[in-house]
Structure formats: structure tokens, C-alpha cells
Design a protein around this ligand. Structure first.
Ligand code: PLP
Length: 197
């Protein structure tokens, strides 16, 4: 099973797993967990509060849920619109490390800032002092490893251009491609099913 190293962190995308299963994965040496839904993340955080877990939020975040979670997570991977930044600014009691979700594939059903709007977004976001941009996040294209390869390549170019330290990309089916393009945070879910005892 893939483990974190000096190049990348392996985040267990734990939407598939109960708190007991997370304990099991944690016991096998994984400290980073990523959740997609605010309610289930908070429930798991409460149950697992004695473990030294780094919590990532990796799902679409509704503005009305921000106040329940923003001061409890270690990193938000899915900052994708200014209205969300406004809500974070309102409720955060410290600077929050955020990655900007970028929609490079231009698939309309996907969230994320479009490439053509990114420069403007980065200027606008400077007005929010509770937001600390640390990198970019994206999703590959389902069942299309060639397009995914191209998207991850473009993401690495963006990271170099803007000089942010982090790049969150790569899941069970495409994490090797993500590593090739210098991902720093892999979000891996289904693959962990194989190691639960
Ligand atoms: C579920 C999920 C993952 C992990 O997906 P797998 O294909 O199960 O590895 C990664 N990122 C996000 C945003 C997810 O929702």
C-alpha cells in the first residue's frame, strides 16, 4: 500500500469508511484523512478526537456549512468561488490553508475555477486575510487516463507559474499519473478497502 514520503502525502479519502475503519487505517500508519461531507466529517472528528489526525476537507463545500467546520480542519482543498471565501472570512478564527480547486477539463458538471478565470480569482482572493492559498487541487477525467495525464501536466505548470507549494491530485485510478506530475497530496479512497482488517 502506498505511503506518504518526502514528495507527497497520502490522504485517505474516508467517505467510504466508518470511524472504526478509520481507526484501523490509522493504526497502520496513516494520519491524513479527507472527508467530502460536513456532517459525517464532524461526527467522525468527534468520535476520533483522541487520535492525532490531520483532517482535510475535499468535497464540495456549501457556504451555509462553513461555520460548523472551518475552524476544525487542517486544510481545505476545494476553495472554488468567492462567495465561499467570504463565508470563510466571516467565520474563521485563524488563517485557513486552502487549495484552489481548478476545473481544467472544462467539464461543466465539475466545480472549480476555470483556467480563464484563475488569474483574476487569485487577485481577488488577496482581499481575504483569513485565507492562505497553498496550492491547487483538481480531479482527473473518469476512465480517460490520457486526458487525465494532460490535465495533471497542466496543473504542474500552474503550480510552477504561481509558485505555490502544493498540488492535490490523484485518486485510486490515477495516482501514479499524479505522482509523475509532481502531486504533493494524493487523495486515495477505494484502494484502502484492500487493507482494512
Ligand atoms: C472519493 C474521492 C476521492 C478518492 O476516490 P477513489 O477513486 O476512491 O480513490 C478523491 N477525491 C475526492 C474529492 C473524492 O470525493
Amino acid at each position: 500500500m502506498i505511503k506518504s514520503n518526502e514528495l507527497y502525502k497520502v490522504i485517505c479519502a474516508s467517505k467510504y469508511f466508518t470511524s472504526d475503519e478509520i481507526k484501523n487505517i490509522y493504526a497502520q500508519g496513516y494520519n491524513d484523512f479527507g472527508e467530502n461531507q460536513v456532517q459525517s466529517m464532524i461526527e467522525k472528528m468527534d468520535v476520533l478526537k483522541d487520535l492525532n489526525i490531520t483532517w482535510h476537507f475535499i468535497g464540495h463545500l456549501q457556504t451555509n456549512k462553513v461555520k460548523y467546520m472551518i475552524n476544525r480542519i487542517d486544510m481545505l482543498h476545494t476553495l472554488d468561488r468567492i462567495s465561499l471565501a467570504k463565508m470563510i472570512q466571516k467565520h474563521a478564527n485563524h488563517k485557513i490553508d486552502c487549495m484552489i480547486q481548478v476545473n481544467i477539463s472544462q467539464e461543466t458538471q465539475k466545480s472549480g475555477v476555470l483556467l480563464e478565470n484563475l488569474a483574476e480569482f487569485l487577485i481577488e482572493i488577496k482581499n481575504y486575510d483569513k485565507i492562505n492559498i497553498v496550492g491547487f487541487m483538481t480531479m482527473g477525467v473518469f476512465d480517460d487516463i490520457e486526458r487525465t495525464n494532460d490535465i495533471f501536466h497542466q496543473m504542474n505548470i500552474l503550480k510552477e507559474k504561481y509558485q505555490y507549494p502544493y498540488l492535490s491530485m490523484g485518486m485510486t485510478d490515477d495516482y501514479e499519473v499524479a505522482i509523475k506530475h509532481h502531486a504533493t497530496h494524493l487523495r486515495i479512497g477505494r484502494l484502502f478497502k484492500t487493507m482494512i482488517k
